[in-house]
Design a protein around this ligand. Sequence first.
Ligand SMILES: NC(=O)c1ccc[n+]([C@@H]2O[C@H](COP(=O)([O-])OP(=O)(O)OC[C@H]3O[C@@H](n4cnc5c(N)ncnc54)[C@H](O)[C@@H]3O)[C@@H](O)[C@H]2O)c1
Length: 371
Amino acid sequence: MNILFNDSSVTVAIVGCGGFVGCHLLDAVLARTKWHVFGVDLDFYRIQHRLNDERCEFMVADLADKSVVERIAKYPVVVNLAAICTPSRYMAEAPEVIRSNYDHPAALVDACAKSGSWLIHFSTSEVYGRTSADSGLLVEDETELTFGPVTASRWSYATAKLLTERYIAGLKNLKWTVVRPFNFVGPYMDFMPGVDGSGIPRVLANFSSALVRGEPLKLVNGGVAKRSFTSVFDAIDFLFALFEAGQMGRASVLGTAAHAACVTECVAEKSPFSQAFNVGNPDNEITIAELACKMREIFAEIKGIPLESIPEPEKISGVEYYGKGYDDSLRRLPSVEKAERLLGFKAQTPIDVVLRESLTWFVMHYGFPNH
Ligand SMILES: NC(=O)c1ccc[n+]([C@@H]2O[C@H](COP(=O)([O-])OP(=O)(O)OC[C@H]3O[C@@H](n4cnc5c(N)ncnc54)[C@H](O)[C@@H]3O)[C@@H](O)[C@H]2O)c1
């Protein structure tokens, strides 16, 4: 264990600690470091097994609450994962989505700027906007960011996330890093509609739910859009590479008076500070139709049933499936050069492994005996 991870005086605040990424980050911090965790979320149903851990303090609270924000910003490292981030909600609840992805994090940004905490803020690959089928690698500091019209409320999420990024980058005295996830997948992602959540979950949980229920997978607009799927465990390794690189600013991370020196250091070459990072796996790029195909095959193997017994996927229009305001980006291929150059990080897990791991967990967790 390196010096930073061995330091039991460090407490990391994880906001959105009970969510998909948060529960994996919590497990990893407890397993790989001697740090303490201050976890905040609206609920903690995914992490019941951790609630009595002596290195953790959990608070059921809303980031909208200013007193909670002040409390979070007392800690030297703040990872903000909290967000409404389910596509079906972007169409139906744009104002709430914007408040969740701009207003609430902006208050936390201000508080961290005041306290000197290192804010690691989770944004999204959706900030690259309405990419076309032939768009190439998306590069953090080069690619143009173009969204669809305001009548397509699907862009409410991306717009709010991007505004928060700009707000963060505009504050001179904030120590920050922005993370842009590209389709993280793995155990504990989202929910099964009607069992532990309602509405439409993200694609992996959506397809997994349909397979478990023996229903056809719905290919929105033919499933021609491409995505690069990334293991959530690779994403956690990215965060550890980031924490490690943060040792350069260790004095500030640990809350001593070296804040001014640290801000100077932020612009230094190879610094993880004042940077937005893509976190993705370009080797795992597939169309959604190919994803459906792979998931059917893996599900048949896991259950030991013939592939033909699983319903064929069905095509459906985006508006029919998600409602008015639907729009999409057709390709999202991350450049991962920056994370490799500055942090020495590259996602490793191949798509088939990621999908098998995720689907096996889903089947065991929800365990429906209908096949
Ligand atoms: N998982 C991905 O592939 C992906 C892709 C793009 C962006 N992101 C971003 O990464 C972050 C984490 O994503 P995730 O997949 O873990 O999402 P998630 O929905 O599983 O977790 C988010 C957590 O934040 C909590 N939360 C929401 N609003 C809150 C509030 N006001 N106060 C306190 N807690 C609140 C939720 O209860 C939830 O547990 C999000 O900011 C998301 O926008 C994730």
